[in-house]
Write a protein that binds this ligand. Structure first.
Ligand SMILES: Nc1ncnc2c1ncn2[C@@H]1O[C@H](COP(=O)(O)OP(=O)(O)OP(=O)(O)O)[C@@H](O)[C@H]1O
Ligand SMILES: [Mg+2]
Length: 351
């Protein structure tokens, strides 16, 4: 296998992924989307470019040739990161195992459920709303109390609540009505406070864990004190998870599944395009090996060639490319390189 350069689009360190990439004999490069510049050319044939700048150093140009594969590990600021990933895939033709738009879809629980339902994948009975004024109707349409209320975007169980009395249903709906958030109101699936986190890699589910909420809680997120254990899924559950992932355009993701105690059915509650990696230690299984193997096997077959043909950006040698470095006006005062700025300077301080 030829040595590949594998980029990771991320705002974190991703040590386990970097180590696995290197253990496979490849090179890992970290790109924080917040430090990228997308240069969009005015030239009709296109000379789009991507630059990456670390602190005060001059931004470095990222060419299509310099990265073979890009893996998304974006946990925040998803909208901009999706734009960067789209640019890398569609404008530069770099292979990514996940479709860039799927990051945005997966980051929104309402959008995810809508797509899953249209793909005929079992999901909890759900109402998505902004101004829930009809509380009785809402609860009766979902079925009965308790119901689960979630913000459409959110993670680690932080914006997920359970409503189990009429009084709390009234006040929760009033809160949503007045706060202007979009809410997902779901049927509560009685599953003994357990759920399943299933990693999908291509058309396989290499590892899955059952998570159990800590005593007295109902949310099974590990970050909320839940515990995990490795489980082996039956074929039907594997199939649901793989179909769910693919319906969103994801080859690599973590699918969250509940198994209803009442009906015995498996339902999908959400899909994580940037799943946590605690599963690796809990299950003693390094799923990054599967991910790298999938990338090795698929990157040539990916959209690289087609996208380049569709968007001829990097491979046009005949037209004259403007040299923006030499384009400075005579006598222009040089800009100072902005060094030593605090790392997380807020944008409004610049204005
Ligand atoms: N409809 C439901 N019925 C019963 N339990 C639920 C339901 N929805 C969520 N839960 C419980 O709450 C937990 C958190 O919900 P969910 O996975 O939807 O959001 P999240 O944890 O904030 O997202 P992420 O997994 O991206 O961090 C689940 O792991 C599960 O234990
Ligand atoms: Mg979850």
């Amino acid at each position: 296998m030829k040595k590949l350069t594998i980029g990771i689009l991320t705002n974190a360190k991703n040590t386990k992924l970097v180590n696995t990439i290197e253990a496979h004999g490849h090179e890992a490069k970290i790109f924080n989307p917040e430090k990228m510049y997308m240069y969009i050319s005015e030239y009709e044939r296109g000379y789009d470019r991507l630059y990456f700048g670390i602190d005060g150093d001059a931004p470095e140009r990222i060419t299509a040739k310099s990265i073979d594969i890009i893996i998304n590990r974006v946990g925040k600021n998803t909208e901009f990161a999706t734009d960067v990933l789209k640019f890398m895939v569609e404008n530069l033709g770099i292979y990514c195992p996940n479709k860039p738009d799927s990051l945005l879809k997966a980051s929104n629980k309402a959008k995810t459920l809508q797509i899953l339902s249209s793909a005929k994948i079992p999901v909890p009975r759900t109402i998505v709303c902004q101004k829930p004024a009809h509380v009785k109707w809402l609860v009766e349409t979902i079925g009965e109390l308790p119901i689960v209320i979630k913000k459409t975007t959110g993670s680690q169980g932080d914006t997920v609540g359970i409503v189990d009395t009429k009084v709390s249903a009234n006040s929760m709906c009033e809160f949503i009505y007045n706060s202007g958030i979009n809410a997902v109101v779901e049927e509560y699936i009685e599953a003994e406070s357990k759920d399943y986190r299933v990693w999908v890699v291509g058309d396989k589910t290499p590892v899955a864990m059952r998570r159990t909420a800590k005593k007295g809680d109902w949310k099974s997120n590990i970050s909320k004190g839940g515990t995990g254990e490795r489980v082996y899924l039956n074929e039907a559950d594997k199939e649901i998870c793989i179909k769910a992932a693919h319906s969103l355009g994801l080859n690599i993701c973590g699918v969250d599944m509940l198994k209803s105690k009442k009906t015995g059915r498996s339902v999908i509650i959400e899909i994580n395009s940037n799943p946590g990696t605690r599963i690796i230690d809990i299950c003693n299984y390094n799923v990054w090996n599967d991910v790298i193997k999938f990338c090795e096997d698929n990157y040539k077959k990916g959209n690289q060639k087609n996208e380049i043909e569709k968007n001829p950006v990097e491979n046009l040698s005949t037209s004259k490319e403007p040299d923006i470095e030499k384009n400075k006006a005579d006598g222009e005062v040089d800009w100072e390189t902005i060094n030593n700025l605090p790392h997380n300077i807020e944008c409004d301080k610049w204005c």
